[in-house]
Write a protein that binds this ligand. Structure first.
Ligand code: FE
Length: 252
């Protein structure tokens, strides 16, 4: 187990992406830096209307001729990147259920959809999750609380896990967060971290204070949380990623 996980700026990553499985064929330090350095992509048009978002009282909407988006499913804005930290491990097991007998934290069922910047759902997209346990420890000898999966035909994913504990690392106080990598086939890797709302209740911790103290936290990467119900939270987070590798600027 390791406790603090965040690399300081300029630190080499612990595991070169080039050693990852073949799906990550385009994953290299260069590609990663493209993903990390990418600015927020401009919206590529209006989000598509979804049947579930239509106003049933509107005749045109009922006829399907003028669907109204009540809650946009996708902003088209690329999910912000964050640092990977040194505790990523390649070749994690393919699984969406990270709960094992040793894991006794506050349960979380996380789900969502991966979109491209035109708000088109992305099937067969790789998502990798890794996180610390209920004590703030990362498993570096095995693969506890680590796993990868692919989105289904609707671009959806599901993860059965726990809310991670906060910990103190080289970046100072870290609020609870889940590390994530997302990559459409042939596209760049989005590396980011997901956070929890201020009113989350877990481990007797003050999430408002923890979130405020975390220098890496990005509110745009906050999971939408409901519950707890039957001792578990339900969370949703939709990713928006770019699917094309951007060419590096030419230098003369
Ligand atoms: Fe971490």
């Amino acid at each position: 187990m390791r406790y603090a996980d965040e690399a300081a700026p300029g630190d080499a990553l612990s595991d070169p992406h080039t050693s990852r499985r073949s799906f990550l064929r385009s994953t290299s330090a260069g590609v990663t830096s493209v993903a990390l350095g990418a600015s927020v992509a401009a919206s590529a048009g209006s989000p598509p209307a979804h049947a579930a978002d239509t106003d049933a009282s509107d005749p045109a909407a009922r006829r399907g001729t003028r669907p109204l988006a009540v809650t946009p499913a996708c902003s088209g804005q690329e999910t912000p990147a964050s640092i990977e930290g040194p505790l990523f491990k390649p070749r994690s097991p393919a699984r969406s259920d990270l709960i094992t007998p040793a894991i006794r934290g506050v349960r979380l069922d996380l789900s969502g959809v991966v979109y491209d910047t035109a708000c088109k759902p992305l099937p067969e997209t790789l998502i990798e999750f890794w996180q610390c346990d209920q004590n703030g420890d990362y498993d570096t000898s095995g693969f506890s609380l680590r796993g990868h999966q692919y989105t289904d035909s609707r671009g959806a994913y599901r993860l059965r896990t726990i809310i991670p504990r906060d910990y103190w690392g080289r970046w100072g106080q870290r609020a609870p967060h889940i590390h994530t990598q997302v990559q459409a086939s042939g596209g760049p890797v989005l590396i980011t971290q997901l956070y929890f709302p201020d009113d989350t209740q877990a481990y007797g911790r003050d999430f408002t204070a923890l979130n405020a103290a975390d220098r890496l936290l990005n509110r745009a990467c906050t999971i939408r949380l409901t519950g707890p119900e039957n001792d578990r939270y339900a969370g949703t987070f939709d990713f928006v990623i770019t699917t094309t590798v951007q060419a590096a600027p030419r230098t003369v």
